[in-house]
Structures are given as C-alpha cells and as structure tokens.
Design a protein around this ligand. Sequence first.
Ligand code: FES
Length: 114
Amino acid sequence: MTVTEKSPIIIKVLYDEEEHLLTTYTAEYRNLMMLIFDKIYVQNFGECGGMGRCATCLIEILKSEHTIPAFDRNEWSTIKKTGITDNNIRLACQIPVNELLHNATIQIRNDRGF
Ligand code: FES
C-alpha cells in the first residue's frame, strides 16, 4: 500500500518495556516529540519545548522503511554533547511527522538529557 499524506501513519514506540502503537496523520503534530508527549507519559520528556537544546527527547530509530531526514546542524551539536555518535539516535523534536515515519519502530532512550 502506498502511503499518502492522508493515510494514517502508524509508529511503534517502545518505552519502559512497553510497546505503544501510535496512529497519526501528516502534520497532525509539529514533530515526533509532540506526538510522543501527547500520547505516552514519559517523565521529563521534551523539557526545552522542542528547541533542540535539552536532549530529553532522545530516541533511537530501530526500524524504518524510509530514510528519515538527516540531522540539521543544531540537532547534531546537541546530540554530540551527550557523547552519542550513533546516527540512528535522534532528537524527536527535530523529526517531522509525515509518511516517512509510517511503520517505523522507535525506542525512547533512557539516557536522555545531559
Ligand atoms: S525537546 Fe529539547 S532537545 Fe528535543
């Protein structure tokens, strides 16, 4: 099935040994952090409100059928401060919610923040 802008986007999110299947639509949320913040209670998540500065929204992309847009400069500099060098680890607040996330599996990291 081809995913269009009007198709539901289903994302599997793993957190605290639980699996959450989140359904959304393109641009329903400003970014992945806002979607997770709204649907799952994650303590101290997204503390800078999506400014890309706190790293409390760190996630790992475990599986994706599509290439998620690359780091921007600010995202990479914030992640580097955590000491992480894995390209699959991202700031959820810097990832747009669109069809590229359909069927992705994402782990919310326990080592969030500085
Ligand atoms: S919410 Fe602070 S870096 Fe993403």
